[in-house]
Design a protein around this ligand. Structure first.
Ligand code: GDP
Length: 447
């Protein structure tokens, strides 16, 4: 979603490369370019102003670092200011001392509340909670049904008025659901409320009534990142009409410019807590301002990648792999391990989404998006046509072995050669990483 912003910012930083020190004119020019980049990305004007003021002050001020060159210094400042705009520290959900914790979702119709209820439910369940989804959207036809389906898919409980019970009273449903949760030992209640296409008084009143009836521990405002500047206006209306404690950005997978959504935290003074980036239940992450900032700056989101990896790989397996990679030049890491790792990476989600999280990848994103998942199948076929000995020690793969492997897997001989070379390269890089830090990270990529 923030591709254009990323590209523009990295072009700005690139133009600073090689400068020994920054003159006032350099700083002005840089500030102007960053300003244009932010405005083009649809970041709200007051936010842009505050941002630029800070960057200029800090870049021109006494903050001179011996360790960083001027371009790196500017990136550091922009990074820190971006984190600030996005809300600073990561904020986590607050749980009630006495269960159930009540989480209420508010937002316009179509913002993604019902979908979010399922995602949040599943996420909380994976952390050992027992969430109950509550259908208080009795306005939209089929909303109750939709929530029931979502709850089933997320494998969490659902509380909904009996079908055929008329229009129903959402305030009563909300109240009853908390009783129900207490009786049935659900520790979290997630209340899905009705939205309208636009902001209206009745909608606000209903949400406020539900709020008063169940005293939520958290009210989350869900906003569609694709709606542009309306995101900011809607957020302000909900803050004043119902009040909320945290923001959830949805549809971050869209190709809109997204800057408006990034402005919501700054404008409302409420933290962004979660980000939704797809229609599937797993397309959901806790929001970390620092990670989002580094993703926007093309420094990649290594931490999220690592967390996803941790969820997929068992710790034991990961430790085994790490030990192999840490061996001299990674020589214990074989083609079998390479294959196992590739299959696991595939489990982690689509390759292009993942690679986008790696540092320095912004520049090659276009190529990445063309990554062919069938390539993974082809690679697997080649490795599977090798003998166990060849997989253990690919250095023995000579011309005749290559020809046999190519025949076995139905590819050209060159493809086998290519794969083996890629394997050695990947092993070298991974073993470097295993032995100390991410390559390219300390110096900031592209610098
Ligand atoms: P509600 O009216 O606020 O409950 O919104 P819904 O949860 O029904 O979502 C409205 C539409 O947006 C549905 O078609 C969802 O599948 C879709 N949707 C929700 N979240 C996302 C997301 O993060 N990405 C994308 N691409 N679509 C989403």
């Amino acid at each position: 979603m923030f591709d254009t912003l990323s590209d523009r910012l990295s072009a700005t930083f690139k133009s600073l490369r090689g400068k020994g020190r920054l003159s006032e004119a350099d700083i002005d020019a840089t500030a102007r370019e960053i300003r244009i980049a932010l405005l083009e990305a649809d970041v709200a004007l007051p936010v842009v102003r505050a941002f630029i003021k800070q960057v200029k002050e800090r870049a021109g001020g006494a903050e001179v670092s011996q360790a960083l060159n001027p371009a790196q210094q500017v990136i550091k400042i922009v990074n820190e200011e971006l984190i600030g705009i996005l809300g600073g520290e990561t904020r986590r959900l607050r749980f009630a001392k006495q269960p159930p914790t009540v989480i209420m979702l508010a937002g316009l119709q179509g913002s993604g509340k019902t979908t979010l209820a399922g995602k949040l439910g599943r996420w909380l369940k994976s952390q050992g909670h027992t969430p109950l989804l509550v259908a208080c959207d009795l306005q939209r036809p089929n909303a109750v049904n939709q929530l029931t389906v979502v709850a089933e898919r997320a494998e969490v409980g659902v509380y909904a008025p009996e079908p055929g019970n008329g229009v129903g009273d959402p305030v009563k449903v909300a109240k009853d659901s908390v009783e129900h949760a207490r009786a049935k030992q659900y520790d979290i209640v997630i209340v899905d409320t009705a939205g309208r296409l636009g902001i209206d008084q009745e909608l606000m009143q209903q949400a406020a009534d539900i709020r008063d009836a169940v005293s939520p521990d958290e009210i989350l405002f869900v906003v569609d990142a694709m709606i542009g500047q309306d995101a900011v206006n809607t957020a302000e209306a909900f803050r004043d009409g119902v009040g909320f404690d945290g923001v959830v950005l949805s549809k971050l997978d869209g190709d809109a410019r997204g800057g408006a959504a990034l402005s919501v935290a700054h404008v409302t003074g409420r933290q962004i807590m979660f980000a939704s980036n797809g229609e599937q239940l797993d397309d959901f992450d806790a929001f970390h301002p620092d990670r989002m900032a580094s993703r926007i700056l093309g420094m990649g989101d290594v931490l999220t990648l690592i967390e996803k990896a941790e969820q997929t790989f068992s710790r034991q397996e990961a430790e085994k792999m790490a030990a192999k990679l840490a061996s001299a030049k990674g020589k214990d890491f074989t083609l079998d391990d390479f294959l196992a790792q590739m299959e696991q990476v595939r489990k982690m989600g689509s390759i292009s989404k993942l690679l986008g999280m790696l540092p320095g990848m912004a520049q090659v994103r276009d190529q990445i998006q063309n990554v062919d998942e069938r390539e993974v199948d082809r690679t697997a076929a080649i490795i599977k046509s090798m003998t166990p000995v060849e997989r253990q020690d690919p250095t023995i793969i000579n011309g005749s072995r290559r020809a046999r492997i190519a025949r076995g897997s139905g590819v050209e001989v060159g493809a086998v050669k290519n794969l083996v070379e890629r394997f050695f390269e990947a092993r070298k890089m991974m073993s470097k990483m295993a032995q100390g830090g991410m390559p390219g990270m300390p110096g900031l990529p592209g610098m």
